[in-house]
Design a protein around this ligand. Structure first.
Ligand code: ADP
Ligand code: ADP
Length: 227
């Protein structure tokens, strides 16, 4: 169960700088698919990184479930994050890339194997489990990155422009794949993009940001039907 509550969140870089995220307030329901959308530099990534614990919070509170996570390191937040550049280990096979986090947690070998195979089945990447990232296409790499994220069974998925390196056709396919994945897993997703089509087709609710503040927060139907 992962609802997320964000309360009066601010981010300032440096002491007397103006805030790049200002008074951000949001309640995300368990299993919701939330998309942060807005122009480059509006604070989407910074907000996501604060939720992930990759960036200090200047002011405010973030709760994941009932836990105040302001001071928790990323590894204790029960989250998985997928980035634009995949961040796969180039010298490890697909299998080893997916297993990596579970090995770090010292799970027994047969459990790791089961989890990797299961994630591979869900993402349909079984046929290239023993290849290295450089032998894969961009879309295949992004599937592996998703596999590595889901294998940990997190309560919360954070995605930062995961499709922006893909060509238009693959982007359309992966939009559907991620929507399917969300339904299959029944986990809360927060997805950052500057692409309105992604926001419109994937989100349960869209948070429109501009200049560090939330301009609108509503369902796609309501946001894009307004004049
Ligand atoms: P209690 O401390 O007995 O849980 P509270 O009224 O402080 O009662 O909080 C009720 C719920 O609201 C708790 O689950 C808590 O995590 C959450 N909560 C408290 N303060 C905040 C806040 N500033 N922003 C978001 N959630 C909050
Ligand atoms: P978005 O994800 O919407 O493109 P970001 O959250 O990356 O926007 O950035 C929001 C603002 O914060 C931008 O003006 C950016 O230049 C600034 N910013 C991001 N990271 C840093 C940093 N490490 N130091 C100073 N300013 C930063």
């Amino acid at each position: 169960m992962a609802s997320v509550r964000i309360h009066h969140l601010y981010k300032r870089y440096g002491k007397d700088k103006h805030a790049v995220v200002k008074d951000f307030q949001l309640e995300i329901k368990d299993k919701e698919f939330i998309v942060f959308v807005g122009p480059s530099g509006c604070g989407k990534s910074t907000t996501l990184r604060m939720i992930a614990g990759l960036e200090d919070i200047s002011e405010g509170e973030i709760y994941i479930g009932d836990q105040l996570v302001n001071k928790l390191p990323p590894k204790d937040r029960d989250i998985s994050m997928v980035f634009q550049n995949y961040a796969l280990y180039p010298n490890l096979t697909v299998y080893e890339n997916i297993a990596f986090g579970l090995r770090m947690r010292k799970l027994p070998k047969h459990e790791i194997d089961l989890a990797v195979k299961n994630a591979s089945r869900i993402l349909e990447i079984e046929s290239y489990l023993y290849r290295k990232p450089k032998e894969l296409s961009g879309g295949q790499r992004q599937r592996v990155a998703l596999g590595r994220a889901i294998v940990r069974k997190p309560k919360l998925f954070l995605m930062d422009e995961p499709l922006s390196n893909l060509d238009a056709k693959l982007r359309a396919t992966m939009r559907m794949e991620i929507t399917k994945l969300h339904k299959k897993l029944g986990t809360t997703f927060i997805f950052v993009t500057h692409d309105q089509v992604e926001a419109m087709t994937m989100a349960d609710r869209i948070v429109v940001m501009k200049g560090g503040v939330i301009q609108q927060c509503d369902t796609p139907e309501l946001i894009y039907s307004k004049p």
